[in-house]
Design a protein around this ligand. Structure first.
Ligand SMILES: Nc1nc2c(ncn2[C@@H]2O[C@H](COP(=O)(O)OP(=O)(O)OP(=O)(O)O)[C@@H](O)[C@H]2O)c(=O)[nH]1
Ligand SMILES: [Mg+2]
Length: 204
């Protein structure tokens, strides 16, 4: 994570009035920036289970052109962010590599909503995440993590089509390294969850 771009996590205590805790998962393919997002928004020192990728992983860990990536998540990331005095999100970042995908279904248990992170250079990496969330009927938003060396410049409409996303699924740009941008993704998800809850209430 680029420390210039996000504030270091402090030891913010949980607000006394915090009464609503929501479990949120951050999913997506290998190296799309899930750990980076959890780290940049978390107000506590995040738990990361990063392991260095070594020669032993050649042919198994596919960095797919991610030349600066040296570690990978082998279990999950955990962080916390208070959206306001009452609402706290508990963030779980999933491991991106296929050999750890068996952990996802457990991670989804009790989850209220999810963020699917997408790297437009490797969009197909996100299909599995979307498929699993739809299977679990977990509401989600899709956030496009724009990398500096990404020259593809796909528009959000093109990305929506490529991922076959329904119109009601929120799709936004973000920079996973920037706290305010990550927070905006989470607020978009909470707004979406709220709208879905309201629509359910209005349905006779
Ligand atoms: N330039 C740029 N680099 C980024 C961005 N987001 C993440 N990175 C870098 O990309 C690499 C991958 O980020 P991670 O957060 O480890 O990705 P991940 O999705 O958790 O990866 P796995 O857990 O291994 O699947 C790291 O070196 C980050 O510093 C971004 O928006 N722009
Ligand atoms: Mg990770």
């Amino acid at each position: 994570m680029d420390s210039m771009l996000s504030e270091p996590p402090g030891r913010t205590p949980l607000a006394d009035g915090a009464e609503t805790g929501l479990k949120i998962v951050v999913v997506g393919g290998f190296g799309v920036g899930k750990t980076t997002l959890v780290r940049s928004v978390s107000e506590i020192r995040p738990l990361n289970t990063e392991e260095v990728m070594t020669q032993a992983g050649v042919g198994v860990d596919d960095p797919a052109g991610l030349t600066t990536k040296t570690t990978t998540t082998v279990a999950f990331d955990f962080g916390r962010i208070s959206l306001n005095d009452r609402m706290v999100l508990y963030l779980f970042g999933a491991p991106g590599q296929e050999r750890f995908w068996f952990l996802w279904d457990r991670l989804f248990s009790g989850t209220l909503g999810a963020v699917v992170l997408v790297d437009t250079r490797r969009m197909s990496e996100s299909w599995y995440a979307i498929d699993r969330l739809e299977h679990h009927r977990t509401p989600f938003v899709v956030a496009v993590n724009r990398f500096d060396d990404d020259v593809s410049a796909f528009s959000l409409d093109e990305i929506r089509q490529a991922l076959s996303l329904a119109d009601h699924v929120p799709l936004i740009d973000c920079d996973a390294r920037v706290r305010s941008s990550g927070k905006n993704v989470l607020i978009t998800l909470v707004d979406h969850l709220y709208e879905l809850a309201m629509a359910r209430e209005l349905t006779p």
